[in-house]
Design a protein around this ligand. Sequence first.
Ligand code: EPZ
Length: 432
Amino acid sequence: MLPKTYQRLEPCTKDIMDKLIIDGGRELTGEVNISGAKNAVLPIMTAALLVDGQVCIKRVPRLRDTGTMVKLLEIVGARTELTGDVLEIDGSTVNNPEAPYELVKTMRASFYVLGPLLARFGRAKVSLPGGCAWGPRPVDLHLKGLEKLGAKITLEGGYIIAEAKRLKGNRIRFEISSVGATGNIIMAAALADGTSVIENAAREPEIVQLCEFINLMGGKINGVGSDELTITGVTSLKPANITVIPDRIEAGTFLMAGAMLGDIKLINAKASHLTTVLDKLEATGAVIDINEDSIRIKQTSEIKPVDVTTAVYPGFPTDLQAQWIAMMSKSTGTAVITDTIYQDRFAHIPELSRLGANIRLEKNEAIVRGTERLKGAPVMSTDIRASASLILAGLAAQGRTDISRVYHIDRGYENIEQKFRNLGAAIRRESE
Ligand code: EPZ
């Protein structure tokens, strides 16, 4: 029997039976406010474990994943207080550097606590995350990086045990670019003895903001935004405050909704985080108007087919691959979508096909032949971004689409049905 705190983490039967009902084919017009970035706030929350004091994080999105991370921080002993979208975390009471399997298996980002707990306490025990909806997602780069900093890593009963009296700065070169491994090593190196250099570091805006947060706390990271980071370890950090950047993946999702179905203005969206996506949307014929903190997109008569190959930032994000396939299902020709980051992230294709999409998968390439009409049908979410693609396709389809297992979408999108309803969509949540 799981202890009380863990029970709330499993999607309870109600959540699993929750579904979204969409009556498609309506035009979407109006404004949508983009929430704080899930993939920025999660590592920032774990960076709070580096500090013997209280940090304040603003524009925290209300997601299943941020809720899970709050639970994890409490399990390791931190104190948290969430008021509206402001989260205060006090790391001074951390006393249990262990992250349990029951929790880590529900959210891979839990693995981000390994670096900070090891750096601060000299020992950490974190469950291996296990697989996810689209296949194995290893953590070997995280572990090799920590070993380079002098950690002793052992595997016991599915748990990683990392130990180091004091981590030592070193040169670490990632053979492939990894957002999570870069984040974990940055947090570990921030308190190491001496200087570390990370080569082939991830440059995603979420990692840039993690570096900014650590520097605000007194850390010494140079090269922020580049793929080579120089981190001079300090003996301790002091509390700081930060406002989370807008979620570029949520923004990309709504941009595609506008290109498919109407005229949408995104408020609190950073075009500079979406250059490749905006270029691709323009190539489909969408009309885009960019301002400092907003982006307006208008659908035109037809959606031209545009090929996409995912890549690390600033390339086209793998987290928008499923949504792009949904959009290309309504194009006037054939488009090829290739995912080079995850070769098997295509669980959404059979579900999109149930709505009439014409998609052929060859290894990690989806060949999408656009069709005039998609028709509503019952479909099932398999992961966060697959769910988003089903919502886009359901909104564009004629008739009713029921999307089950809505807890997936709630992991990464805040109030999604409310945001689409405000744009004119006929979408509601129902428990079966
Ligand atoms: C982050 O996951 C994001 N999650 C993912 O978003 C995103 O899809 C991914 O980066 C790629 O951009 C968060 O930020 C919380 P990686 P992460 O390490 O860090 C391989 C969403 O929908 N790899 O950059 O786990 C890996 O298999 C989620 O919001 C190793 O081989 O991704 C993949 O092929 C889904 N060994 C590639 O690197 C490792 O030790 C990139 O993965 C680590 C990764």
